[in-house]
Structure formats: structure tokens, C-alpha cells
Design a protein around this ligand. Structure first.
Ligand SMILES: Nc1nc2c(ncn2[C@@H]2O[C@H](COP(=O)(O)OP(=O)(O)O)[C@@H](O)[C@H]2O)c(=O)[nH]1
Ligand SMILES: [Mg+2]
Length: 296
């Protein structure tokens, strides 16, 4: 009997959703950093084995959002409620159940989909804290199961996969067995550039940045991939930060992203980056769509 279906990964920002998805898919397809709100789109990750095909949907964090970009991200996350066989709600064992978790639980109240509560980051807490925590959170919702894991260390993730396998129905191979994501290569490349910017810059800069791939071409004669991308920021001062003294920051961003893209695509890469000021793009719904954040 072949089991297959869709699994939505939801939770507050920074709970470890993208880390979990990358682990189960076996490739880094969703970028993940220590800064909240790194994931902006819904990203599919497919895990196919002899007995099953699990189709995971990684989502932006759900929280009380104020800005248009953040509201868009939350509505993207919540849109998976309608399309999945099971939801994994990730919480962070290192942080108390807070406002964002309560907000998510309230929005799950009338949803007739099985929810598995995944207590992530158990490597951060002692064993003596885990049992009372499981006891406490089990009361918050009629969860199908409560599974403590560490996505970072890979603890107990096999158990989570077993639980998912039990819930999913018998089904077809929805996707080819070697497919790991629905996102095109240019999207992944843009995300790797954005990840580098998120890691290397501070304060509002990562949140004011969007990366658009202008050209993505395989040069078969030279055996390399030529990528041109524009980094959009909202202000001149941010452009200055991204470029850095004599271009030093842009160089670090470019080198870091290039190495990551080369590793992923297993080819030499020639990466050219441009920086452009696009005032208020994160407030502008037309621009959000153009930059790859449409209403999903
Ligand atoms: N200690 C610990 N850190 C984790 C674990 N899972 C994720 N993280 C870290 O938490 C941060 C946020 O992870 P990410 O996957 O981007 O969270 P997301 O916003 O929910 O997608 C990153 O710095 C991860 O390395 C875990 O199991 N243990
Ligand atoms: Mg994420």
C-alpha cells in the first residue's frame, strides 16, 4: 500500500519549520536563518520512499502581522489549511507558548484537519522539562499526536515520519520520484542570495530586501551557469550598506551566494549582482507580486 499526501508545516516565526523541511527532504531548498521571517513563500518539498510520497509545504511564520509584506506572508501560510491532509504545528521548546502560538491555535479551532503538535528544539531543554511541557500543550487542542523532536540534530524525526505515514491516506505518486521541490531553479538561486544578505546585514536591511533574477543561463560551451540578479532595497542608505566600503559587502554577498549556488547545482557559477532602490516595495501590492510574493 503506497501512502501519499500533503503535509503543511506551520508555526510561529523561527520555530524551525524550514530546518525540518530541509532535513526530511534531504536538501536545502528552504533558506533558514536565526532571524525571524526568513521564509516568505510557500515552498514545496517532496520526500519519496518505496512506500510513500510525503509532500511538505513549508510556510512563512504565522503571527499578528502589521506591514503589507508580513500580512501577505501570514495569508500565504494560512492558505495551506485548505490544501493538506495533515498539519504539523511546530513550537519551540526553548521558548514559552506565547501570543503567536495562541493565535495559531485559535485559527485551527474549526479546521477539520488532523494536527500533529511538533515540539521542536528539544536539544535546548532538559528531559525533566519535556514531560510537563507535553502535558501542558496537549490540553490546548485535540492534537492527533504530540511529537518532540530536534530538527537541527535530527532527534526523533523518524518517529514523526511514522506518525505522518499513519495519518496519510493511500494515494498515488503525485510527482516524479526524483523531484524534490516545485520551485524553479531561479527561485532557489534568488533565495540563496537573500539568505546571504540576511546573514550578513542587520536591523531592517534583510526585511527591506527582495532579490529578482534577471537572467539565468546555462553556458554549455564554458560549462557554467550565468546568473544576473538585482537586489532591491527601499532606501539609499540600505543600498550603501549592501554595497559596503568600495563594494566589499556586495563582494561578500556575491561570493557566499555563488559558493552555495555552485554546491546546490553542482556547476561553476558566474554571478553578477546589481543593487537598486525601489522605495516602499514592501508596502506596494503590485510590486510584491512582481517580486515573487503574490497573494497565494
Ligand atoms: N537548537 C535548535 N535550533 C534549531 C532547531 N531547529 C531550528 N533551529 C534554529 O532556529 C532558527 C530558525 O530556524 P528556521 O528553520 O529558519 O525557522 P522557521 O522560521 O520556522 O522556518 C535557525 O537558527 C535554526 O538553526 C532545533 O531543533 N534546535
Ligand atoms: Mg522558514
Amino acid at each position: 500500500m503506497f501512502k501519499s499526501g500533503y503535509i503543511g508545516i506551520i508555526g510561529k516565526p523561527n520555530a524551525g519549520k524550514s530546518t525540518l523541511m530541509n532535513l526530511v527532504v534531504g536538501e536545502k531548498i528552504a533558506i533558514s536563518t536565526h532571524k525571524p521571517q526568513t521564509t516568505r513563500n510557500r515552498i514545496m518539498g517532496i520526500r519519496t520512499t518505496e512506500a510513500s510520497q510525503f509532500i511538505f509545504l513549508d510556510t512563512p511564520g504565522i503571527h499578528k502581522a502589521r506591514t503589507p509584506l508580513n500580512r501577505q506572508m501570514v495569508s500565504t501560510a494560512m492558505s495551506v489549511f485548505n490544501d493538506v491532509n495533515v498539519l504539523l504545528l511546530l513550537t519551540d521548546a526553548g521558548a514559552p507558548i506565547g501570543r503567536d502560538d495562541t493565535f495559531i491555535l485559535r485559527s485551527l479551532k474549526d479546521i477539520p484537519i488532523p494536527v500533529v503538535l511538533v515540539i521542536n528544539k528539544i536539544d535546548l531543554i532538559g528531559k525533566e522539562k519535556l514531560l510537563p511541557m507535553i502535558d501542558e500543550v496537549s490540553r490546548l487542542h485535540p492534537f492527533e499526536e504530540v511529537v518532540p523532536i530536534s530538527a537541527l540534530k535530527g532527534f526523533n524525526v523518524d518517529r514523526l515520519l511514522d506518525v505522518i505515514g499513519k495519518i496519510l491516506p493511500e494515494g498515488p505518486h503525485y510527482f516524479p520520484d526524483d523531484m524534490i521541490t516545485d520551485r524553479p531553479e531561479r527561485f532557489l538561486a534568488a533565495e540563496m542570495i537573500r539568505e546571504r544578505i540576511t546573514l550578513l546585514t542587520h536591523k531592517e536591511v534583510p526585511y527591506s530586501t527582495a532579490v529578482v533574477i534577471d537572467s539565468f543561463k546555462e553556458d554549455t560551451a564554458k560549462g557554467l551557469l550565468r546568473i544576473q540578479a538585482t537586489i532591491h532595497v527601499e532606501k539609499d542608505s540600505q543600498k550603501g550598506i549592501i554595497i559596503g566600503k568600495k563594494g566589499s559587502m556586495l563582494k561578500r554577498i556575491g561570493t557566499g551566494a555563488r559558493l552555495e549556488i555552485e554546491r546546490f547545482f553542482d556547476t561553476k557559477v558566474y554571478l553578477e549582482l546589481f543593487v537598486r532602490v525601489q522605495p516602499n516595495w514592501a508596502q506596494d501590492s503590485r510590486m510584491l507580486g512582481e517580486f515573487g510574493y503574490p497573494n497565494e
